[in-house]
Design a binder for this molecule. Structure first.
Ligand code: MN
Length: 288
């Protein structure tokens, strides 16, 4: 079994990203550290009601370089446009896996249709680092519909696992990744137990999106994150009530991390280069 390294409890230290996303940085002080590699950062916007409005809410054009952003819409809709020419709406259950790599400029808004009628928004954005050798590859975009994400029923009616990326048992998720990454959304019925097949040598994090579980005799409540040890295999979860867990696992990338705002590279010099490339327009612009 993988032992628990750290628990980061749910706190209320939320902040606004633009005027559309009220998020909590779930990794707290562990963000951008080797303990959570290959992941960098995880922002979670808990369910929040938005009144209907004619305004456009979200974040205007901004760049990224050196990593991937993975956006999951649980409720509500996120609209995306970028300098590569992609435009789309991420609907409930959909995932957008955007590889910024050498550089992209994008905007992220609540969808026009969602804002016209109002409703509840719940979303998450996970930043996945790229190995140094892939940081300057061309940007790309994977739009993954809810219907394309395999869902595996757990034995004993314990719930199900949706495989966004990586493998669960012999089921492979749809997202293609540069390093080995497993991203699952696990639904667990109250009172049931599941043993998740986590890998030795991989970092793994469990985020309690909804409900409450017990892990290694420790209670994890809604909003809590458990960071597990790299050593050991498997994690046994007991659901104290109906729960939804996001499992993020992957092979650590043992390379220096230099992060500056929207850029994540290996050296200061590469960060300065990224700023210059963005300012000189080399990351492109969003066509209107
Ligand atoms: Mn962004």
């Amino acid at each position: 079994m993988k032992a628990i390294k750290t628990i980061i409890p749910a706190t209320s230290r939320n902040h606004w990203v633009g005027d559309g996303f009220n998020v909590r940085p779930v990794f707290g002080n562990m963000a951008f550290t080797p303990d959570i590699s290959p992941f960098l950062m995880f922002d979670y916007a808990a369910p929040r009601h938005f009144d209907a409005t004619p305004k456009k809410l979200g974040v205007g054009p901004h760049p990224h370089r050196g990593f991937e952003t993975v956006t999951i819409a649980f409720q509500g809709e996120v609209e995306h446009g970028d300098s590569v020419g992609n435009r789309g709406v991420i609907k409930p259950g959909d995932v957008q896996w955007m590889t910024a790599a050498s550089g992209i400029v994008h905007e992220e808004f609540l969808s026009t249709e969602f804002l016209q009628r109002g409703g509840t928004l719940e979303m998450a954005q996970l930043w996945v680092n790229l190995p140094a050798k892939d940081k300057m590859t061309p940007p790309k975009y994977q739009s993954i519909l809810a219907s394309e994400i395999p869902e595996i029923a757990l034995p004993d009616g314990a719930g199900s696992v949706r495989v966004i990326a990586g493998d669960y048992a012999d089921t492979r998720g749809v997202a293609s990744t540069f390093s080995k990454v497993n991203l699952w959304v696990v639904a667990l019925r109250g009172g049931k137990t599941v043993e998740l097949p986590l890998l030795a040598g991989h970092n793994a994090m469990l985020f309690v999106r909804r409900g409450a579980i017990e892990l290694e005799k420790q209670a994890l409540n809604e909003g809590d994150l458990a960071i597990l040890e790299e050593t050991g295999e498997h994690a046994k979860l007991l659901a104290s009530q109906d729960s939804s867990i996001i499992m993020m696992g992957g092979e650590p990338i043992a390379e220096p991390i230099v992060a500056m705002g929207p850029f994540v590279m290996n050296t200061e010099q590469e960060i300065r280069r990224a700023m210059m490339d963005y300012q000189s327009g080399q990351m492109g612009r969003i066509a209107v």
